[in-house]
Design a protein around this ligand. Sequence first.
Ligand code: ATP
Length: 459
Amino acid sequence: MTATSMEELVSLCKRRGFIFQSNDIYGGVKGLYDYGPMGVELKNNLKQAWWKSMVYERDDIEGLDASILSAPVVLQQSGHEDTFSDPLVDCKTCKARFRADQLENSECPKGGGFLADCKLKDLTEPRPFNLMFKTAIGPVDDGSSFAYLRPETCQQIFTNFKNVTDATSRVVPFGIAQIGKAFRNEITPRNFIFRVREFEQMELEFFVKPGSDDEWHKYWVDKRIEWWEAQGVSKKNLYPVDVEKSELSHYSKATVDIMYKFPHGKEELEGIANRTDFDLGSHTKNQKEFNINSKVKKNEHSTTKLGVQNLEDKNSYIPFVIEPSAGVDRGLLAILNEAYTIENLENESSRTVLKLKPHLSPIKAAVIPLKKNNEHIVAKAKKIKNELQNLGLGRVMLENSGNIGKNYRRHDEIGTPICITVDFETLDDDSVTIRDRDSMKQERVSSKDLNQFYQKYFH
Ligand code: ATP
């Protein structure tokens, strides 16, 4: 039986050290979460899987890690200063604030119940609320020199377009990939790590010739669904939806949102937008030359031309860009939701097991000495742990903390694919027991074959 209510996931995440409310001991801050010992491993593994599929396994994508603090001019030219806002309403009675386009799902923080049922509500007219966080740059905080915390990771990909093409000699079609933090002052953060104020994005900007953009857009929608499936998200819970023209962001010609059936409802997991030549066109010098003045704010600041040469007619043009933009945190929520399983066992007991894909599991293998005070057994377990750790496939844990049943239960709940037990028999014949997380089957393997078994398992 797969669960899953959000409460069950939140409880498992706290109990087993995946995710904690930020600033917990001071009462917590809404919309901020911290990743604990298991969460950081799971998150790193997910990001690594994305990076591997984008940068290492392809020959047409380069990586980037750009700054979070962004000069205001970048976000002026990109249109974010003018348009990156949500409609805000206030309740004149209780002073609470809500997103005007999400009123039907909003709860009154004072009354407790749904806003629709609140007899005292008295809402103002909606007004735009810009979601970008500002901070001061430099030692004098007089408002004259400020920066934005980037609300999406991609703008620095566009501003680095020429740096990257100069340094790598790339020609279109090619992409630039980046993983990093983004910040949005969401009016109503909610649903655990689904809508938060500080989150991570995995973004690819894939530059193509105008005219080939529709085809590339479709290609990336298919690719991204395939990738989520490989991370254990079942296709039946993924819904690609064409965003209505009236709902498109200011830069987009067409967007497909990959929706996922989260425990709280169907919502966006990843957006794949055809951003046309809007961004490079907005950031380029000499906009007139590219005939794009009508579409974007006039740029008097950029020092760099962001066009490329058409090799056939030698004219310069601004490439179009297809952007698959995925949230790391929403991805983790989907993956945890898919993996969370409650299994009924014999004698009417049950177990909770996180059936994560092994490449995502925070701990790849737990090595458990059966007698924690026996120095020979513990020394052998340590030796095995170190050898497996040195194979470099992820974290291997030495468990020297209690009885075997408790260890199995804990490792089922954090999704460890295999547990390796070292016991008295090991000292006699050098064999160990391997227990498989999903089948719970145990087999005896000679410890000299262990490395090979382990490597085979993870490949
Ligand atoms: P939504 O409509 O849900 O607010 P969005 O369309 O504004 O999302 P994008 O700007 O397309 O989101 O961002 C790309 C991805 O970044 C999203 O698909 C999502 O996975 C992630 N993301 C965006 N905002 C948040 C947030 N506040 N918290 C967590 N992840 C987010």
